[in-house]
Design a protein around this ligand. Structure first.
Ligand code: CTP
Length: 431
């Protein structure tokens, strides 16, 4: 994370400047502030004067531990409007209203937040929130385009309930999604280029549940967090994302389509249907290898048995291997799109007497026929249901393995997006 160390001194907390513009979603800035602080950031809040009509300065001061100013004439001896922007490692603006986007695009400096945005050279992450008509107005569309061209990250707003009874595009993305992307930018300021615009990405996430009867199922511990992290980063980089989500309550990234599924065959059916439109597929879902041979229509009773009845299982289709085989098969996609879609698999491995985690990963890459395999070491509380992950990414084309050390799942998501972007450009160049 940005922040740095000087020898002997404890690492400096990264400085995040949280800009808050005047919209109803300003109340959610308090949650963003709290999450940033829990992640160890030192946060200075710079609201616009209108933001303070929604949330009092005292709330921001209490939660951040810093005084709050809105205009360039506060704390003149310290030239606060310059110093605040210069010292930030990251600027997050949430919510960014249509007016704030317009002022930032025009390079105005008519309040402390706008002035700070001109001064700062730190990465800027903007999370817009406004009414749909404002978001889709050509003026806002142009402003967002200009800001993105300048290298600022402007997220798409989520679709859903707006201020009143109306709903549509314009909701602030979820605070935890904004914070996940902010923490990613603190680690890697270059992690969110707009390099996936026009790319269609299909991600599977979560864990399948194979029903035994109406009440019980065979499942696994996948939370879906890694797949959703890939989706979040890819959407922020401009990709059109569809997530086939198996049994997870996670909220999809703004702009993404979520397709809920339950079991492996359900997941296979949806992936088979959606893959024809995808430039890349990331199979992060934990798919059950086996399912009960029979799904009993009514709840299985104990029936005073002292020994349980044996459970007969049958093998589920290998969806990933099937995708790779279809791509290679005669008469399918390759005729129109050689090398497409780019296919990424995941492998949760433990070392054993037959080999190390990486040995098993290499064998699985060859067996599955995908382009990249993200190999996680699991066990001892690693990978499942947690926010951090470490992995080695193996490539079928013989390129060097990429080691991704333990860090937020969005960091691994960004490395996967880097590789997808590179490979998709190579495929384009070959066409
Ligand atoms: N996968 C799949 N269909 C299955 C099983 C797995 O598409 N029936 C995909 C997963 O989404 C993942 C990759 O294959 O991307 C590897 O999953 P994993 O469970 O590690 O591999 P298995 O083939 O089940 O191998 P094993 O359990 O023997 O390690």
């Amino acid at each position: 994370m940005a922040g740095g160390t000087t020898e002997g001194a404890p690492p400096r907390a990264p400085k995040v400047l949280l800009g808050v513009a005047g919209g109803i979603a300003a109340y959610k800035a308090c949650e963003i502030l709290r999450l940033l602080r829990s992640a160890g950031a030192d946060v200075i809040v710079v609201p616009t004067p209108n933001a303070l009509k929604f949330i009092g300065a005292a709330t921001f001061e209490a939660l951040s531990g810093h005084p709050v100013a809105t205009d360039v004439f506060t704390d003149v001896p310290h030239v606060a409007h310059v110093a605040t922007g210069q010292q930030a490692d990251l600027v997050v603006v949430a919510p960014a209203t249509a007016d704030l986007l317009a002022r930032a695009a025009a390079g105005r400096a008519d309040d402390l937040l706008a002035a700070t945005l001109l001064v700062t050279r730190a990465p800027v992450l903007m999370a817009p929130a406004m009414h749909t008509e404002m978001w889709t107005h050509p003026a806002t569309v142009e402003n967002v385009q200009r800001l993105r061209q300048r290298g600022l990250t402007v997220l798409d707003p989520a679709v859903g309930r707006l201020t009143g009874a109306d709903s549509g595009a314009g909701r602030l993305p979820e605070p935890d999604q904004i914070v996940a992307l902010a923490l990613l930018l603190l680690r890697r300021p270059d992690a969110l280029p707009r390099d996936l615009v026009g790319r269609r990405l299909l991600v599977t996430a979560g864990g399948t549940r194979e029903p035994l009867d109406p009440v019980r199922y065979l499942g696994n511990r996948s939370s879906g967090k890694q797949g959703f992290a890939v989706a979040l980063v890819a959407a922020a980089r401009g990709a059109q994302v569809t997530v086939v989500a198996a049994n997870t309550a996670l909220i999809g990234p703004p702009g993404a389509t979520i397709v809920p599924v339950a079991d492996a065959r359900d997941l296979q059916a949806r992936v088979t249907e959606l893959v024809t439109d995808a430039d890349a597929v990331v199979m992060a879902a934990a798919v059950a290898d086996f399912r009960p041979k029979v799904i009993v229509a009514s709840k299985i009773k104990k029936d005073n048995r002292s020994e349980p009845a044996a459970l007969e299982l049958v093998t589920n289709p290998d969806i990933l291997a099937g995708l790779a085989a279809d791509r290679a098969g005669p008469g399918s996609g390759p005729a129109q799109r050689p090398g497409m879609p780019v296919i990424v698999g995941f492998a949760a491995e433990t070392g054993d007497e037959h080999g190390s985690v990486l040995d098993h990963g290499r064998a699985k890459l060859a067996r599955k026929g995908c382009d990249l395999l993200v190999v996680n070491g699991v066990g001892d509380g690693r990978a499942f249901e947690v926010d951090d992950n470490a992995a080695v990414i193996l490539a079928a084309d013989g390129s060097d393995p990429i080691d991704v050390p333990l860090g937020p799942k969005t960091v691994l998501g960004a490395v996967i997006c880097d590789e997808l972007s590179r490979r998709l450009s190579t495929v384009d160049a070959a066409l």
